[in-house]
Design a protein around this ligand. Structure first.
Ligand code: NIG
Ligand code: FE
Length: 401
């Protein structure tokens, strides 16, 4: 078995609380890390580094777990640059443009969709994203949702059925019938390719009764729950997610004290060893691109809520695949410290996907890691817009740039 030593690491972010220098990042200085069979085999001081077949010299730079982007919509055709330009000239974002992308996506061939998914997946990987969740939601027919998930599953195991993104035009005057379609034939066709189910629970999309019915149908066939909640205004989505044991409620831009209390009441069940925390996943790319007020991460963190950061990469509300950009926004605009933002973009994303093998660098974890062109994780927020990802290892394999 071939081994690879990443040596001469100036600052190693392990995300093992108590595993190193104070705080949740578990920082080790002057460290080394050994990779074998796609996993981390050893972590320790550089002076104790074992021999290995190959060696990468990190030259004193910072090394951190690969980003875990737990919320992205990569299966679509076309773009909505004109809609973005109109927003920057003062038009509000309503979500109505989703139907434009649905039309383009239905008209695309499988290969056209595949090319876009792979292009965006590659773009994200070059920026340090080693785990990515991908949703359907721009097909909204049985066949188009199933193929969207099939194509997503070619590049990630973290696939999410979002047939309840909006009610498509042809069902506009009979939403109950559309909910029946989603819970019946569409779910049956989608479920074999999906790990999760999601609903856009918002005024203009799905109300609480429809959202609860759809999520319950997904749970009944073994899918985990996630919810698009409280993005455009206050609403019941966050508390519905908590009630159903969702792994994550996403957006969380408009939260009441009761929403906060509900999220803060969820936690890891240490007796059974099962994760039952509902993570609040914040998507600052959406507020950036819709010119909306950012969610207040500080309020969530101070209440003890587990926070993740993700891109929401999609052609309407957030056409970025860059986790470093989201980290910088979270620090500058959402009152997160750089350490909190880096944790949320790595370990937080892993919690939102209920994964314990990524977002952390310890023996037995996936060897998914980033070598920065910088001495510290602080530089991700301190040097916004600068390509600081020097090298990415995914499953222990150095990726071509
Ligand atoms: O998460 N809000 C719902 N869905 C996407 C936006 C989709 C679009 O505008 O195309 C989101 O922001
Ligand atoms: Fe989204």
């Amino acid at each position: 078995m071939s081994s690879l030593l990443v040596d001469n690491i100036g600052e190693l972010v392990t995300n093992l609380a108590g595993g190193g220098e104070g705080g949740p990042l578990g920082i080790r200085r002057r460290a080394a890390l050994l990779v074998e069979a796609g996993e981390v085999a050893w972590v320790g001081p550089a002076r104790d580094a074992p021999a290995a077949d190959r060696r990468i010299d990190a030259e004193g730079a910072a090394v951190l777990p690969g980003f875990v982007d737990s919320h992205a919509h990569l299966v679509f055709a076309g773009d909505r640059a004109a809609e973005f330009a109109a927003r920057m000239a003062g038009q509000p974002y309503t979500g109505g443009g989703i139907r434009t992308t649905v039309g383009a996506t239905r008209a695309a061939t499988d290969d056209e969709l595949r090319v876009t998914v792979r292009r965006l997946r590659g773009e994200a990987l070059r920026q340090g994203t080693t785990t990515i969740e991908i949703k359907s939601g721009y097909g909204l027919t049985v066949a188009d949702e199933a193929r969207s998930l099939r194509i997503a599953a070619e590049v990630t195991p973290e696939t999410t059925f979002l047939g309840a993104h909006v009610v498509p035009t042809e069902y506009a005057d009979r939403p109950d019938d559309y909910v029946g379609l989603v819970c019946g034939p569409m779910l049956a066709a989608a479920a074999p390719h999906a790990r999760w189910i999601d609903v856009f629970c918002e005024r203009g999309a799905f109300d609480i009764d429809h959202a609860r019915a759809i999520l319950a149908c997904g749970q009944a066939v073994g899918l985990g729950v996630r919810v698009h909640a409280n993005q455009l205004g206050p609403g019941p989505g966050v508390q519905l997610g908590v009630e159903l044991g969702a792994a994550s409620v996403d957006h969380c831009t408009h939260l009441s004290d009761a929403d906060l209390d509900a999220l803060a009441s969820t936690r890891m069940d240490w007796t059974s060893g099962t994760e039952t925390t509902t993570v609040a996943t914040l998507l600052p790319g959406a507020e950036f691109s819709t010119r909306s007020p950012y969610p207040d991460a500080r309020r969530l963190l101070d209440a003890g809520v587990t926070v993740a950061l993700a891109t929401d990469c999609n052609p309407g509300s957030s056409y970025t695949s860059s986790m470093p950009f989201c980290v910088a926004l979270a620090v500058r605009e959402m009152r997160m410290t750089p350490a909190e933002a880096v944790w949320a973009a790595t370990a937080g994303g892993a919690r939102a996907l209920r994964r314990d093998d990524v977002g952390v660098l310890r023996p037995g974890a996936r060897a998914d890691l980033i070598i920065l062109d910088a001495p510290s994780h602080l530089h991700l927020a301190y040097r916004p817009g600068v390509p600081l990802i020097r090298q990415v290892l995914h499953n222990g394999v150095p990726q071509c740039r």
